[in-house]
Ligand binder design. Structure first.
Ligand code: ATP
Ligand code: MG
Length: 398
């Protein structure tokens, strides 16, 4: 396969694309046609040479066909970046994004600027391909399924949403477009607000509409950090319309499409959380530095252990740690009966980031709490499991 492929019958656009790719490594395979094949696989079969990274779709193709084709290609070859030459309108930009188109360029773009766009697109494709290699060590992924990271705590207000959004953004750097964060705090979820998103569709649409591969992505909201979000209902009353089996099914479908499904939950161990726990590969347990929070988590872990619902991997995060809290990390561990994995300090950066709708890991902030969150991301890399199987390592950030 060629590194670049182009479909267009527009000779001028083809000429500019040839000039644009001439100085980039890898060849261009052009299909002179003003239509797209019915199936994405039909095009894939005709590609020759090195692996395809970027598919350029010319301005003469029908927009509906392009969107349908891009969405289908996103399923067959998810790492490939699709670049579409069309006059961008807000509507088109939104539907293109939903269909998995990476970039829109104006039809009369000059070859120099097009070169820059294609170089970016190729780089993104290479990173995504590396992302899938990165995931190879994970057992869930070896079975063709994504890793499900559930962020939970029996008590409210301890930092679940903060952690879930930062985990998603942090993983998005390693596996762009392969991370989805699901807001399972169905009544008062604030993932959308924490990520600065205004969702058009929410989990209510996903739970009440078709769940086939193509429909699934239309329920998601895309975030500039290269991740997707399935947001909570706008109206708390709609939570009643989302049944437990449907949520379980939804998560199952998402794991077939994404390398990482990060789930933010409501406080406590409600029925939706329990249903998700059956599929979770990783449980991130968040606990504040106060006795009710620690006791609540201890009881929660005991109950789930009895129900055999504890995810295979457990990460206990002691959040908002404060030397003046009157209890030590050792006290917390003694009460919990399990070791604490990560201690995150109380930091003014976090309420600020919540209020701005920009997670600290998106911001590139230099702060102990950001350092701690980055170390949390390391724990989801398969190498981490290999290197730390025998030893427990508590990481403290102050
Ligand atoms: N380490 C921290 N230091 C200071 N503030 C923090 C820290 N972690 C989280 N916060 C702040 O605490 C508030 C509550 O956090 P968050 O919404 O993440 O908690 P939650 O567990 O999701 O709450 P809920 O149970 O209501 O969903 C937010 O304003 C957040 O910015
Ligand atoms: Mg929350």
């Amino acid at each position: 396969m060629s590194r670049f492929a182009l479909v267009t019958a527009d000779a001028d656009f083809e000429h500019r694309t040839r000039l644009a790719t001439a100085s980039l490594a890898g060849s261009l395979q052009a299909f002179q046609a003003d239509y797209l094949p019915a199936e994405a696989a039909d095009l894939v079969r005709q590609l020759v040479g090195e692996p395809l990274e970027v598919l350029v779709l010319g301005p003469d193709l029908r927009t509906d066909d392009v969107l349908r084709f891009a969405a289908a290609l996103d399923v067959v070859m998810p790492h490939v970046s699709t670049v579409y030459a069309a006059q961008a309108t807000p509507d088109l930009a939104l539907s293109a994004m939903r269909a998995g188109v990476r970039d829109l360029v104006t039809p009369d773009i000059d070859s120099k600027l097009l070169r820059d766009h294609l170089e970016d697109a190729a780089q993104a494709a290479a990173t995504r391909a590396a992302g899938s290699l990165f995931s190879e060590g994970a057992s869930a992924l070896e079975q063709g399924q994504g890793r499900v990271i559930a962020v939970m705590s029996p008590k409210g207000g301890v930092g679940k949403t903060t952690l879930a959004t930062n985990i998603a953004v942090g993983l998005g750097r390693i596996a762009p477009m392969s991370v989805v964060v699901v807001d399972l705090d169905l009544q008062f979820g604030d993932v959308a607000s924490g990520l600065g998103l205004t969702p058009e569709r929410t989990i209510v649409d996903a739970a009440t509409g078709p769940q086939d591969v193509l429909s699934l992505k239309t329920y998601l909201t895309s975030h500039p950090a290269g991740i997707y979000a399935l947001c909570a209902p706008r109206n708390p009353a709609d939570a009643d319309r989302i049944s437990v089996p449907v949520v379980a099914e939804l998560i199952k479908h998402l794991t077939t499409q994404f390398q990482f499904v990060v789930i933010d939950t409501s406080p406590g161990l409600g029925e939706h959380v329990l249903a998700v726990l059956e599929q979770a590969t990783d449980g991130v347990w968040v606990c504040g530095m106060d006795i009710p929070s620690v006791r609540g988590l201890k009881t929660g872990l005991e109950v789930l252990d009895e129900l055999h619902l504890l995810p295979e991997k457990r990460i206990v995060v002691l959040n908002m740690a404060d030397r003046k809290a009157g209890i030590s990390v050792k006290d917390v561990e003694a009460t919990l009966g399990v070791p604490v994995d990560l201690v995150l300090p109380r930091s003014r950066a976090l309420p600020l980031s919540t209020n701005r709708g920009i997670p600290v890991l998106q911001d590139g902030l230099r702060d102990p709490v950001a350092k701690g969150l980055r170390s949390l991301i390391e724990r989801f890399k398969p190498q981490w499991d290999k290197n730390h199987r025998q030893t427990h390592r508590r990481e403290v950030f102050q």
